[in-house]
Design a binder for this molecule. Structure first.
Ligand code: CDT
Length: 307
């Protein structure tokens, strides 16, 4: 019998600074109910879902910064989402700012049956630690988040092996390969991607293309499904890309969000679709040549010494 998993992605529209956790969680509960009504078993929410994307601002008041972080999970405000997920038997991925003692991480969790069954802390932290002159859009994740210390674990979620990454991680091939080497079935990823990065000044069509490019290539090259959830729309005056999607191991987009608002997309994923590739062109055990890949783990930047 085919191994299938009914997956949903819950894109959200903008979350403004004045939106309370309670209001946001109520929106997430509605999205989870919608996913459940369509028969979904898992739902993927965006990165830093519970608040506005605060790293666009340079803040030095510790109390103000901490107001965007969660010191406990679930908290009284987020508990309704955990309870609903338990009652409807729909697991979820949720991105949030994690305060772990004094340490600050950009994190995501996998929740099933009302319990946290997996945690990931973002590794590829983009942007700057200080506001940059002449940037129309700041991106100060390095000011607020440490590099994650949990690696890229893959979790046994019963019907599937699920891994996680967060936003900028999705652009890096190493992210997926480490999970591919753990025979991941589904990679879940949430993102907040401004249309204009500030320093690049790119043509407007590129951010959407460069979102899809690594998702498609990585699903194909690592024989897995990828479920990607955007926080979209104009948030605090900054336009963010949407384009939430579910990508098949063929490299095709199975389903994609059309709006830049709260929207559920869903797809019944055939987890065995990967097998054709795993047993053939991407049979890692037969064809990979790690003895020739040493530079990947021994070097960080490119070696530019003249040849
Ligand atoms: N949130 C996040 O990681 N956003 C980045 C864009 C900013 S890069 C300065 C991304 O990769 O989408």
């Amino acid at each position: 019998m085919k191994r299938t998993l009914h997956l949903a992605v819950a894109q959200t529209g903008p979350i403004q600074a004045h939106h309370s956790r309670k209001e946001v969680v109520a929106r997430l509960c509605e999205l989870l109910k919608e996913a459940a009504s369509r028969g979904a078993r898992w739902v993927v929410f965006p990165e830093l879902t519970l608040t506005t994307f605060f790293p666009r601002w340079s803040m030095d008041d510790p109390a103000q910064v901490r107001s965007y972080f969660e010191a406990e999970m679930p908290s009284p405000e987020t508990l309704p989402l955990f309870e609903l997920s338990r009652d409807l038997q729909v697991g979820f991925y949720l991105g949030y700012a994690e305060l772990a003692g004094e340490r600050q991480f950009n994190s995501s969790i996998l929740v099933d049956g009302g319990k946290i069954i997996g945690k990931y802390r973002k590794i590829h932290i983009p942007g700057d630690a200080q506001a940059q002159e002449n940037y129309p859009v700041q991106h100060l994740e390095k000011k607020y988040f440490e590099v994650g210390d949990l690696g890229f674990p893959v979790f046994d979620a019963g019907e599937a092996r699920i891994g996680m990454c967060i936003c900028n991680d999705r652009r890096w091939p190493e992210t997926y390969r480490v999970m591919g080497l753990q025979a991941v079935d589904i990679v879940m990823v949430g993102y907040n991607t401004p249309v204009a990065y500030g320093r690049l000044g790119e043509p407007a069509h590129l951010p959407a293309l460069q979102n899809q490019l690594p998702l498609k290539a990585s699903a194909y090259q690592n024989t897995c499904w990828i479920a990607a959830a955007a926080k979209a729309g104009v948030e605090e005056g900054i336009p963010m890309i949407g384009g939430s999607c579910i990508v098949a191991p063929t490299g095709e987009i199975a389903v994609q969000a059309l709006s830049e608002d709260d929207e559920v997309i869903n797809y019944v994923c055939d987890l065995d679709l990967a097998n054709g590739y795993r047993n053939n062109i991407f049979n890692f055990a037969r064809h990979r040549r790690p003895e020739h890949y040493k530079a990947i783990v021994e070097r960080t930047g490119a070696d530019t010494t003249p040849l």
